[in-house]
Design a binder for this molecule. Sequence first.
Ligand SMILES: [Fe+2]
Length: 374
Amino acid sequence: MVTASCQTGTQPTVLVIDDEAGPRDALNVILRTFCKVRSAENAKIALEVLAQEPIDVITLDQKLPDRHGLDLLKDIKRDHPGVEVIIVTGYGSLKSAMEGIRNGAAGYLLKPFNVNELTTLIRQTMDKKRRLEFLRHCLLTLTDLWGSEEESARAWDKVKTGYAALSDAQANVASRQDDLSLLPLLSDILEATDRQLLNHSSRVSFHATLMASRLNLTVSEQKSLALGAFLHDIGKTSLPSYRFSEDQILPSGEASFCREHPDRGARMIAPLGLPIEVRQIIASHHEQWDGQGYPRGLRGTEIPLLARIVGIAQTFDHLTADAPGRVALPLDVATRQLSLQSHGRFDPQLLEFFLQVVKDSSLSPPAMDIAPAA
Ligand SMILES: [Fe+2]
């Protein structure tokens, strides 16, 4: 796989993929002022360029003569995960542009192009690319993140310092003194591991917090539930080969390692000063009501309430969300499958509440799922 060096201050290389000469030339002229530009008029040529030279950002028209843009996007994100993609679209195709964002595109650009929007989007995408590359490097080299609390705290200091240096805006956010101040960094860490992991985490947080009003949770419990649900799988960032769609086919050493992700995640966030409930959710989201879960085989109400909620929400999401290599079940089939697991895997009363909430709500996807690069 070829990746660009993407150092701050160097000119990014942008590959413009469009079968129409007009938009291709327009993008070329604008981008040439601050980027190196390559062009491809179809998917085949685009893949050849990607295989031959380092590319930082792609602008991808959705309609290509030899493939649909979304299919090409999925292949690019699978084979070149470090390359950021901007979908180029008309107003009529906005829905599929959103689908592109869900599949890892960094943003979308509406035709006809506005020069300001284009340059801002490319710069934001490059900033994001640098942050994600930095974080991928951290996840590979700073294994102390999952070590003792003291080791982890030292590793986090390096991560936070480097991350803040890459973006003034992020540094300002990080200087706030509340539990949500680290959210941009934690969100980028999930995305640096796998965009689908970030999407899953966002949806689970959305589903879990639907329960909050039914259960009369306090404001601080609701906050911990939202944050804990968002971070429930953060321990998976410790698996170098992890891909969301390939949970079951990790290299042999990492498959059993995967069952450690609740403990690794809880250890990882220990130095961050988040509420204890957030740690409990991460540590216990795979425990089961009948004691057959992991890592500790906790049973019934031994499992913290908020972790029981997240256990249901994450299973619901695995059943109802499309992911690479997996098709979502219709809502009625998914809820029936969940119902069958009452008294086994899940707290029966919580499950009943959850199914009722699902029935009563429209379940629109959470905003974070479709947020463009910032
Ligand atoms: Fe998990």
